[in-house]
Ligand binder design. Structure first.
Ligand code: PLP
Ligand code: LYS
Length: 443
């Protein structure tokens, strides 16, 4: 298995992350366990900040909190000087509870409810990324009732089809997100937003998809967004001060993945911005981006305990672990691929071809199809790498399985940042109506 961040193997053959022996982490916290490498998260944040500083452009790097949203994560992001993108009242609430500066929060989503808009307005949010005409009108009306004028960006689809899974591709016309540039709705939206009295149009937003490796999609998006901005400037006299280019920068899950360095993505984008936006009048716009996966993805490892197995001669050997699609639904959703290692025997040669199954009552509950491992037996620890993004944040309680704890590791110290759910948590919102109250049956 590729060793990400601070991961290494110690003299006893144990996988060590952030200076913490995973065998001891299991003793202390149990499994399944999400382990987050703080050093790697911070270095990724710094890589983004430094690459943008080097570009000379005015910028904001907003961490897309949907990838992994906890109060401790909000703290790290704040300390590293990033902004934050939220897509729901829950993410906004988490950031606010962590004391994240609200003026550095951007609110996304294709169906923000009036309650969410109101909550964000009352909090003094930095910017709304408006997705559609209904939202534009509702936001303007709520802001008018509060005598406010929030900053907004309009989300547009620039007609770029990113080379990624269709469920995480968002830049094309046939998408639930945004106003399309090609069919004229984006232009109409700019005119409408500009005419409204209670929103302040800063510019536009474009996000073409996620887990993208090539820079050409981003470069074409910049070119199209710039051409659109030029048209709007020349025909309507409206100039954008902010261009948000979204997230989507890919990471290495397996050896099939070939991501670029953060600095290479940023360099490609900022060079394209300078080239295409210099055709417009006035200063270059501020550039905002919203990376999620590339900040936390490879900083996460999930630790499981191996349990039963089922060997079907000449077909396949299933090795089951104590988690599965409830803590990582990405294989079921996107056929995502992962690498793993037996964490308590990480130097042993991987010689047995197995498939790693979860414990849910669901045939699709698989974590990895066909992986060479060092003959896993019950009691071994399996570490699945690169689970920091869209794992904890997409976890569920299917089969009433308790969500795992999350620990943050750094320099040999581990701290729980999310407690393991308890049985009480599982039933805490259940209510038994009075008419179902158990009565004693007498005969
Ligand atoms: C609007 C928006 N911004 C940012 C992101 C973060 O993307 P990623 O985690 O791929 O960087 C997403 C998710 O794809 C998104 O939809
Ligand atoms: N949840 C997706 C990414 C979606 C990004 C949000 N638009 C994944 O796990 O890859």
């Amino acid at each position: 298995m590729y060793l990400h961040g601070t991961s290494q193997i110690n003299d006893q053959g144990h996988l060590v992350i952030g200076g913490c022996d995973t065998v001891q982490l299991k003793e202390q916290y149990g499994t399944p366990l999400y382990i987050m490498d703080e050093h790697l998260i911070r270095s990724r944040c710094q890589e983004y900040m430094q690459a943008f500083q080097a570009s000379g452009l005015t910028f904001q790097v907003a961490y897309a909190s949907k990838a992994f949203c906890t109060m401790a994560m909000c703290r790290i992001v704040e300390e590293e000087g990033l902004s934050m993108d939220v897509v729901s009242e829950g993410e906004l609430y988490t950031a606010m509870q962590a004391g994240f500066p609200v003026e550095r929060i951007h609110f996304h989503g294709n169906n923000k409810t009036p309650d969410e808009l109101e909550m964000a307005l009352d909090a003094g949010i930095g910017c709304f990324v408006v997705d559609n005409f209904v939202e534009l009108q509702v936001l303007n009306a709520i802001a008018a009732s509060k005598k406010m004028m929030p900053n907004i960006l309009l989300r547009v689809t620039p007609g770029v089809e990113a080379h990624t899974h269709e469920y995480i591709s968002t830049g094309q016309e046939d998408s639930k997100f945004g106003f399309d540039v090609g069919n004229g709705t984006a232009y109409q939206a700019v005119k409408e937003a500009h005419s409204l009295e209670h929103v302040k149009l800063l510019g536009i937003h474009s996000h073409i998809g996620s887990q993208i490796f090539e820079v050409d999609g981003f470069q074409v998006a910049v070119e199209r967004v710039a051409a659109f901005a030029l048209e709007v400037q020349q025909q309507e006299g409206i100039s954008f001060t902010v261009i948000n280019l979204g997230g989507g920068f890919g990471i290495r899950y397996t050896s099939e993945d070939t991501p670029l360095q953060v600095s290479e993505y940023v360099e490609a984008i900022t060079t394209a911005v300078k080239e295409h936006f210099s055709k417009l009048e006035g200063a270059l716009p501020q550039i905002w981006v919203e990376p999620g996966r590339s900040i936390v993805g490879d900083a996460g490892t999930t630790l499981y305990t191996v349990g039963s197995n089922k060997d079907i001669p000449n077909v396949r050997k299933y090795v089951s672990v104590d988690g599965g699609m409830t803590d990582n639904p990405r294989l079921a959703l996107y056929e995502a691929k992962y690498e793993a290692v037996i964490a308590n025997r990480a130097n042993d040669e991987a010689t047995e071809l197995v498939s790693v199954a979860g414990k849910c009552c669901e045939s699709g509950d698989m974590l990895i199809w066909d992986i060479e491992l060092a003959s896993p037996v019950a009691g071994d620890l399996l570490a699945v790498a690169c689970t920091g993004a869209y794992n904890y944040s997409m976890a569920s309680n299917y089969n009433r399985i308790r969500r795992p704890a999350v620990v943050l590791v750094k320099d040999g110290k581990s701290d729980v940042i999310v407690e393991r759910e308890t049985f009480e948590d599982i039933t805490s919102n259940d209510v038994i109506p009075a008419r179902l109250t158990r009565t004693t049956i007498t005969t």
